[in-house]
Ligand binder design. Structure first.
Ligand code: 2P0
Length: 330
């Protein structure tokens, strides 16, 4: 079994090793329409199944990175102490890249996605760090390799290198060399995502822990890979045909199926709060009244709604505090 470090060293063997002063990059956050839920390799973040996401355009992570005398990390303008979990996780990720001389990095990350509203995205953060490293050192890696590197920071980060729809292939190789994401060509410009916040607080169970516990203990996990195969095909067809009803319904059902697997874990993982359920029911009521609106949910109590631009006013009337994203906005 190959480690992250061995894989990265192999990819960088023939690359130049420059040292630009400072670089600034941006990566969008992404929301899965067909979820990544379960790993076949915990170190390399290799998933059990494919997944498919939509990016959040201008909602994501700006990252300014430079070479320094020692590591220093700032999140939304605030210095992050080395003891904080965020700093530890970022530091061990950067350890994979420091080169022979063991250089140090100053990282300033600013999230435009509402971190304080519980939408903090490790996906856009790790994607931005990988893009910044590539530019800082002048590696000029292809997008596939950048996606593989981002995946090692956080699985869903491999989908955060592009706008629009992105397909992450689970692959079959033990070293993960065929496990990367790719954009899906689509010109569906009026599609929108709204982030509806329920709880800004930290989660009681991390998504990583919830995923691993579900795979290890949930009697319902066995049916998940087959469901994903069907949903991936449905979503790809819906995107090709620009069939919003098919896309929305499939995304909604996929999210519910994922939550069902974790509720059957032992001990159970239940992220929903009373307000979460109220939002789901509000979406169903609006749909019954003829508004084409669907939801998806990740490992947390917040809800994401899917709609097209013509329903914008109705969405904002119902969810005035929703943060809206245009997946193709740069
Ligand atoms: C997703 N989630 O597809 C799924 C759906 C949450 C629910 O990817 O352990 O932070 O870093 O690979 O990417 C969140 O899990 O997990 C996630 P790691 P990650 O968006």
């Amino acid at each position: 079994m190959m480690s992250c470090k061995e894989m990265i060293d192999a990819c960088l063997r023939d690359c130049p090793w420059g040292m630009r002063d400072t670089v600034s990059v941006y990566a969008p956050a992404n929301i899965a329409l067909c979820k990544y839920w379960g790993k076949r390799d915990l170190e390399l973040n290799l998933p059990v199944t494919d997944s498919l996401s939509i990016s959040l355009g201008a909602l994501g992570s700006h990252c300014t990175m430079s070479i320094g005398d020692e590591d220093a990390y700032f999140l939304d303008g605030v210095w992050v102490t080395p003891e904080e979990p965020f700093a530890k996780r970022l530091c061990s990720f950067l350890d994979l890249f420091r080169g022979r001389d063991g250089c140090h990095y100053r990282v300033e990350a600013v999230n435009t996605v509402a971190t304080a509203a519980g939408f903090a995205s490790s996906a856009s953060g790790f994607a931005a760090v990988v893009m910044a490293l590539d530019q800082l050192h002048g590696w000029r890696l292809d997008a596939r390799t950048l996606s593989i590197f981002a995946r090692m920071g956080s699985g869903s980060a491999c989908r955060s290198l592009w706008n629009g729809f992105v397909h992450w292939y689970a692959g079959k190789e033990e070293d993960g060399s065929d496990c990367y994401a790719e954009p899906l060509h689509s010109d569906w410009k009026d599609l929108r995502v709204g982030l509806v916040s329920v709880d800004a607080g930290p989660k009681s169970v991390s998504s990583r822990e919830a995923m691993n516990r579900t795979v290890a203990t949930s009697a319902l996990y066995g049916g998940w890979p087959q469901q994903v195969d069907q949903d991936m095909a449905t979503l790809r067809d819906a995107i090709a045909a620009r069939d919003f009803q098919a896309l929305g319904l499939c995304a909604e059902q996929n999210a519910m199926a994922m939550h069902a697997t974790m509720m059957a874990a032992r001990p159970a993982v239940l992220y929903w709060q009373p307000a979460t359920l109220e939002i789901l029911q509000a979406v169903w009521s609006m749909r019954a009244e003829g508004v084409p609106l669907y939801f998806t949910m990740d490992a947390g109590p917040n809800v994401k709604v899917l709609f097209t631009e013509d329903a914008r006013d109705q969405v904002l009337l119902k969810f005035p505090d929703a943060q809206l994203a245009n997946p193709w906005e740069t």
